[in-house]
Design a protein around this ligand. Structure first.
Ligand SMILES: C[S@@+](CC[C@H](N)C(=O)[O-])C[C@H]1O[C@@H](n2cnc3c(N)ncnc32)[C@H](O)[C@@H]1O
Length: 225
């Protein structure tokens, strides 16, 4: 099925948030990192500025900068409206209010947009849709990350998640998925089934993080070879 930009809610996070969500230490940050479903996050841009190595994969990278920018503006109004109606579901600690949230998210996405064409030319933003096979050899990346995509979109189904993480684990030595709850921050059978599947052949760990914006989304899944 064709991937349509108007079915995506681009809403990007920044490097500080990625560091907290994924508990990335200096050693992790010095490795070769792959970000799956990175969308308009500015982790790649900020890491590149600091001399790091991040390759981001997302189906939205088939679209032009102008198209993604237009979609971000469309979504901004809708998401901010929804946030204002559901404020009690969030922890207003690091981000203190709606204005700060809008500023933080828009700054991250503008940073991404300013880097997008250069990063595409440098092969840092790659049009790719999980669970399709990647061109990389086994264990090419040290760490593979998925923020606010895998395990969250439960409607994509068990087979999609197993196939996507299997391909991630082929090209990465370890993968980290955050959060491990669904879009409403509820625990799911999917997460438990995915853990049961991978723990047969991999080291599987659930770790608490310092990052919790949506209430209940403070756990990280790590799967290592
Ligand atoms: C909610 S956004 C998260 C963006 C970013 N990871 C962050 O946390 O700031 C989810 C992303 O998943 C991407 N996505 C959707 N289907 C995908 C697929 N099959 N493979 C990889 N990424 C996908 C979307 O395009 C979107 O950019």
């Amino acid at each position: 099925m064709a991937f349509k930009l108007n079915s995506v809610v681009p809403w990007g996070r920044n490097m500080e948030e990625y560091k907290l969500m994924f508990r990335l230490n200096e050693s992790d940050l010095s490795g070769k990192i792959a970000g799956f479903g990175d969308g308009p996050a500015c982790f790649n841009c900020e890491m590149t500025e600091k001399g790091g190595s991040v390759t981001s994969f997302d189906p939205i990278y088939q679209f032009s900068k102008a198209d993604i920018e237009k979609r971000i503006e469309e979504v901004r109004v809708i998401v901010m409206q929804q946030m204002s109606e559901n404020m009690d579901n969030y922890v207003w600690k690091n981000i203190k209010n709606l204005d700060e949230l809008e500023f933080t998210r828009m700054s991250a996405m503008r940073k991404f947009l300013s880097d997008y064409e250069k990063g595409k030319a440098e092969g840092r933003y790659i049009f790719h849709k999980l669970p399709n096979r990647l061109v990389y050899e086994d264990n090419y990346f040290d760490i593979g990350l998925s923020s606010h995509f895998l395990l969250m979109y439960t409607s994509l189904g068990y087979d999609f998640h197993i196939a996507s993480m299997t391909e991630m684990l082929r090209v990465c030595k370890e993968i980290r998925i955050f959060p491990i709850v669904d879009l409403d921050a509820n625990k799911t059978d999917l997460t438990q089934k995915v853990i049961d599947y991978f723990k047969k052949d991999f080291k599987v760990e659930i770790v608490k993080t310092e990052y919790e914006f949506q209430k209940g989304e403070n756990k990280l899944l790590i799967i290592r070879k």
